[in-house]
Design a protein around this ligand. Structure first.
Ligand SMILES: [Zn+2]
Length: 307
């Protein structure tokens, strides 16, 4: 547990039991919130960590989700059961999947393939305890403090970032990419609904908020926020161009992979062999090409009314 800003504590949610991969955040207050419970396989660990932080069963008011990928939301059902007073807050596209996660879980497991057991599934959350967060939704922490959720699509359509005006902190989910094992940032653009221009617009929105701290789900604060956002934006731009080049050349996913290895090589971008190894071990690097192929196909399709 590390305090990244006044009243915001990073709690490792241990994807695959390994530290440094996925993080949640406890935001203290009269009505405390926990952002991103992590995978279902870590739910017991997270509940224990929250109990250790002094939260009794009735003390957690909010479970906030940056988006509905299983490494972020999978433990929401177990966490909601352990803290029966907590309300789950999620992008409006995510609500039905919290109540009935079967389709979300099966679609996610197709993407994760042999890694699916590391993520686990998801238990449903009672419908009465799920709230849809529109852009600008305020999570009331009591005592005059509130978090603000803003829509930051790009990594996924249902992605939101969580702002804490009291400290200038942005809990950015995957909007700025990920930095693993001490390496530099690199974009995470997995299936199924990556949108490069939307991701760049989301970065501009975060930048214009002038944060003092930006923290990535994978893993933790990114250093100087403006510099990190500039890097993330440049990477998305290069990646998008490379993906379209590969796709339009007719080479499909493999051509996209070749173009990206040329334009934004993983090892050089993250600057650390250990970090690159972690990207490949988790298959997040390989998943990027599948996500980009889907995006490039839709982005290069003629508009519906074209002749
Ligand atoms: Zn993620």
């Amino acid at each position: 547990m590390t305090e990244i800003a006044d009243g915001i504590t990073l709690i490792d949610t241990l994807l695959g039991g390994v530290p440094g991969r996925t993080t949640g955040y406890l935001v203290t207050g009269d009505r405390p919130a926990f952002v991103d419970p992590g995978p279902q396989t870590s739910a017991e660990h997270v509940v224990t960590a929250l109990r250790g932080a002094g939260l009794g069963p009735d003390d957690l008011a909010w479970i906030v989700l940056t988006h509905i990928h299983l490494d972020h939301c999978g433990g929401a059902g177990e966490l909601a059961a352990a803290f029966p007073g907590a309300t789950v807050v999620v992008h409006e596209r995510g609500v039905r999947h919290m109540v009935d996660p079967a389709r979300l879980v099966s679609a996610s497991h197709v993407v994760y393939a042999e890694h699916a057991p590391m993520y686990g599934g998801m238990s449903p959350v009672p419908e009465a305890r799920v709230v849809a967060a529109p852009d600008g939704f305020r999570v009331d922490l009591g005592g005059g403090r509130a978090l603000e959720m803003i829509a930051t699509p790009g990594h996924a359509r249902h992605h939101m970032s969580v702002l804490d005006p009291a400290t200038g902190t942005v809990i950015a989910g995957d909007a700025v990419g990920a930095h693993l094992a001490g390496g530099g940032l690199y974009p995470t653009v997995p299936p199924a609904d990556v949108d490069i221009p939307a991701g760049r617009a989301s970065l501009a929105r975060i930048r214009d908020w002038s944060p003092t701290v930006v923290s990535a789900s994978h893993f933790g604060p990114v250093g100087d926020p403006q510099a990190a956002i500039a890097v993330a934006d440049e990477q998305l731009a290069v990646m998008g161009e490379a993906a379209l080049r590969g796709w339009l050349a007719g080479g499909g996913r493999d051509a996209i992979e070749r173009e990206i290895e040329r334009s934004l090589p993983l090892e050089r971008a993250v600057g650390s062999p250990e970090s690159a190894e972690e990207w490949r071990r988790l298959a997040w690097y390989q998943n990027n090409f599948d996500g980009l192929a889907r995006w490039a196909e839709s982005a290069s399709a003629p508009p519906p009314d074209a002749a």
